[in-house]
Write a protein that binds this ligand. Sequence first.
Ligand code: FES
Length: 173
Amino acid sequence: MADQLTTPPKDGDPLWQQDFPINRGEELNNSRRQFLKFLGLTSGAFFSGTLAMALKAVFEENRTANLPALRIAAVSDVAEGRSVNFHYPDQSYPAILIHLPGNQFVAYEQRCTHLLCPVLYENDNHRIFCPCHDGVFDPASGRNIAGPPPRPLNKIKLEVRGTDIYAVGREGA
Ligand code: FES
């Protein structure tokens, strides 16, 4: 059948056509093959993307569950309106402990949710501030309230045990 679709060169055809005769059947097969290859590659890319997202979710879940307790500071070391930097659950994750007015302690990952710049607590302005692009977070909840950050800061769970403050887990991812 492929032979029937071959266009044999004729005498009046241009030289290039005589030198490169076109086999239409083969051309159609090539197009089909390329299309199937494209479909295969596209499906493969989607599958890889989905798998990567699923693995990341599992990784984050494991990272959040069963974290060890870590002593951050003595309650008396962090005066009201002051903050202390620490790392939790390991050295790759900078964090900030804040003693809010009203004797309330909160802690967050210190990475801005926009482009991961370190955030700072500003007691005088009652805000957590990201100096990179003027992002602002609410110190009581970690909620993003101004600027480009797209979501709240990741919260760190705290416990006061005796005279010390401990980080005991993480919320959000
Ligand atoms: S990195 Fe914080 S606002 Fe852009």
